[in-house]
Design a protein around this ligand. Sequence first.
Ligand SMILES: [Zn+2]
Ligand SMILES: [Zn+2]
Ligand SMILES: [Zn+2]
Ligand SMILES: [Zn+2]
Ligand SMILES: [Zn+2]
Length: 248
Amino acid sequence: MLIGHGQKAWRIVRVEDLIPGDWSERAVQMWHDERMPDPWQRAPFRVIVTPVKGGDEHMMTVEPWHFITWHVLPEHYAICAECGEPAPCIGHLSAVEAAREIERASEAMELPDGFCPACREPITHRQKVFRFAGENLLNPLGSPMVRFHQRTKCRGAAAAYEEKWVAADASRERSLLTLRCEGFVTVHADGSGECHGRNDGIDCPNIYARHRMATSCAYLSHGCPKCPPGSRHGCRLASGLNTDGSPS
Ligand SMILES: [Zn+2]
Ligand SMILES: [Zn+2]
Ligand SMILES: [Zn+2]
Ligand SMILES: [Zn+2]
Ligand SMILES: [Zn+2]
């Protein structure tokens, strides 16, 4: 099978499953966090490829958090006449992306006020919303208050909007939609948590911010001083904690 990856065509020689002993530490951690399903759909694997015309084998390990960025090419794949890369080449893809961008912009312009830009459905009075005051960054003619449904389906678009909204005015504060912390969170048996990492959590903006990683304290190498020995639990924080992760 041929694949296009990194603007080149490759032939897949073989695909190897990795045994758990060969997984990266982070992959093992994710597997534990997902309660060790077997088989695990996201188990790491390795793809061995060569250039299409033959040559050295290259190996790539696909970790559970990787997005697969290659695409399958037909045996007689097309080459872009402009640049010689497998089609569609980057130039072509950015042209398509630009066309999509324009399409999205004009869709936003047609959206009536009071509709959610993510799902394009009306927002009722009873639905919770993410709201952003200030000029409308999707539609200059639209209402100055942009609102998204506060639900999973609309969250990604609301987060993307918040990125734009913060970029437009540095004095604006991020919400939990896009708030990040460089620290690591340890989660205790009662669902409370602590941030470690930079300044040992002192400058942690909020325990519910997106952290580099959250781990159950069951993995602390010397045991957890706060929890009963041997208590096993996941790495999900309880809701309603104080922003420093202590129980309220
Ligand atoms: Zn041919
Ligand atoms: Zn090209
Ligand atoms: Zn919505
Ligand atoms: Zn603990
Ligand atoms: Zn933190």
